[in-house]
Design a protein around this ligand. Structure first.
Ligand code: FAD
Length: 291
């Protein structure tokens, strides 16, 4: 039945990370709440019926963004708005700031968090694709202590991740992009929500007038972000101005996209086509940024 009201639940508001982790370890019916912009709609639709909510939103110290030894560390509670406006990110990893700026609408950006978005693992979400191309590291903490998960190992299926029960994402580390490296994310926005019907992130290194390294990830098309390895290999050695070669490499993103999602808005076939078009745009912009 469509009620628009969540089932009953108990509400906890821990004031420290340790307290939150202890609460989440109690049983499987506990669910962390960050910005609430994915969990609360799911609860209202009764797609999620947690027995208890552990509101981590006011735990101090989990929302900072700082540069640390060649990387940028983004706290899990950093909102999309604060990622978009971070000077450090704009200067050293502008693709992530630009991605945050393109999420949903102002309300969503003011409440939604990077940790919540990654943990939710919506196939149409933007950060998962971008952090996969960036080769980011996700820092998680549970009763067993802290561990790190490579971005391309975090997403295991539609709305599922490699997080163990009770573990919280505490931070994401992305590389500070140096000279000669450019990155871009291009998406086809769903007109109602802004989610990616398809989205492609590219990180490209140019040296001596040739592309020497490329990382490409495709999101929105299948259940998880897909690294486009054939397209990455095809990019190596290409001259930045060689549009035909970039287009040919971009077309290869289709090779890793079996099982494309189709729905009332876009067929799987159309999503694969979009991915090829968006890959060319993302690669061209990334190369321009690298030059
Ligand atoms: P919550 O809703 O609080 O939690 C989401 C899930 O993650 C829950 O299962 C929760 O238990 C878990 N969780 C939260 N934090 C943690 C943590 N630190 N560690 C472990 N588990 C955690 N997203 C896009 O990418 N692009 C868009 O264009 C876009 N458009 C949107 C438009 C609308 C109208 C709405 C409502 C949402 C949109 N979103 C979009 C999703 C939005 O970015 C959400 O804010 C985000 O997916 C979830 O973040 P949150 O902080 O709100 O998490």
């Amino acid at each position: 039945m469509y009620t628009q009201r969540p089932a009953e639940f108990t509400y906890y508001r821990p004031t420290s990370l340790d307290e939150a982790i202890e609460l989440l370890a109690v049983d499987g019916g506990m669910r962390p709440l960050a910005g609430g912009h994915s969990l609360l709609p799911m609860m209202k639709l009764r797609l999620a019926e947690p027995q208890a909510i552990v509101d981590i939103g006011r735990i101090p110290g989990l929302d900072g963004i700082e540069e640390q030894g060649g990387e940028l560390r983004i706290g899990a509670l950093a909102t999309h708005a604060s990622v978009a406006s971070s000077e450090a990110l704009r200067e050293r990893c502008g693709v992530l700031a630009a991605t945050a700026e393109g999420i949903g609408d102002r309300q969503v950006r003011n409440r939604g968090t990077i940790g919540g978005s990654l943990a939710h693992a919506d196939p149409g979400a933007d950060y998962p694709t971008v952090i996969t191309a960036l080769g980011a590291t996700v820092v998680v903490q549970g009763t067993g202590g802290e561990r790190e998960i490579a971005a391309d190992e975090l997403f295991t299926g539609v709305f599922t991740t490699a997080l163990e029960r009770g573990e919280l994402i505490t931070a994401v580390r992305v590389p500070a992009l140096g000279a000669g490296v450019g990155a871009a994310y291009e998406k086809h926005r769903h007109p109602a929500s802004g989610f990616a019907v398809a989205g492609v992130a590219a990180v490209v290194e140019v040296d001596g007038g040739k592309v020497t390294e490329a990382r490409i990830a495709v999101g929105g098309v299948t259940g998880t972000p897909v690294p486009a390895t054939a397209a990455e290999q095809a990019m190596i050695g290409i001259a930045p101005a060689d549009e035909a070669a970039i287009a040919a490499a971009a077309a290869k993103v289709a090779e890793g996209l079996s099982g494309a999602i189709g729905d009332t808005y876009a067929t799987g076939e159309y999503r694969v086509h979009l991915a090829q078009v968006l890959a060319k745009r993302a690669l061209t912009t990334a190369i321009e940024a690298a030059a």
